[in-house]
Design a protein around this ligand. Structure first.
Ligand SMILES: CC(C)(COP(=O)(O)OP(=O)(O)OC[C@H]1O[C@@H](n2cnc3c(N)ncnc32)[C@H](O)[C@@H]1OP(=O)(O)O)[C@@H](O)C(=O)NCCC(=O)NCCS
Length: 127
């Protein structure tokens, strides 16, 4: 199977933080951020493997910085390592300053996805 580079799986998703997605102190709800990262990571794993992929684990998440209501949030995911059927996806989360447009890192995470066939059985991926 032909090897692939992280560039080929890179997935960048940008969206705003809306009122229904915040906690009582008007910062992005942690579960909402986990879901956004899961979506981007899933697309990245699919681009790498060109197979059906499922989330196997969330290995490392650091909520280093609160993300306020109204923020423009960018989730940047890429496959950083691939094994037999599993893929490690490295994710950076950035928030963009409204006036300068400068992006600051807010969070990072590592997810593991597994490529499966139509019956849910693990299948090999490029590495
Ligand atoms: C992930 C899943 C496909 C693994 O299936 P399995 O029958 O346990 O497969 P195996 O034990 O043969 O492992 C297959 C691969 O998955 C990896 N894996 C299994 N469980 C894992 C876990 N918890 N974390 C990280 N990797 C895991 C193995 O290391 C292996 O990797 P490799 O092929 O690259 O060496 C299966 O557990 C599953 O379908 N889980 C539910 C996924 C899901 O529904 N996700 C959404 C959550 S709501």
């Amino acid at each position: 199977m032909e090897a692939k580079t992280p560039k080929e799986s890179r997935t960048i998703m940008t969206d705003m933080v809306l009122p229904g997605e915040t906690n009582p102190i008007n910062n992005l709800f942690g579960g909402e951020l986990l879901a956004r990262m899961d979506r981007a990571a899933g697309i990245s794993a699919r681009r790498h493997s060109r197979r059906i992929v499922v989330t196997a684990s969330v290995n490392h998440v650091a909520f280093n910085r609160a993300i306020p209501l109204g923020s423009v949030v960018t989730v940047d995911a890429k496959v950083s390592r691939a094994f037999k059927s599993s893929m490690e996806i490295y994710i950076d989360v950035w928030i963009e300053d409204r006036e300068s447009g400068i992006k600051d890192k807010a969070n990072e995470a590592i997810y593991t996805f597994v490529a499966v066939d139509e019956t849910g059985r693990p299948v090999r991926v490029p590495n």
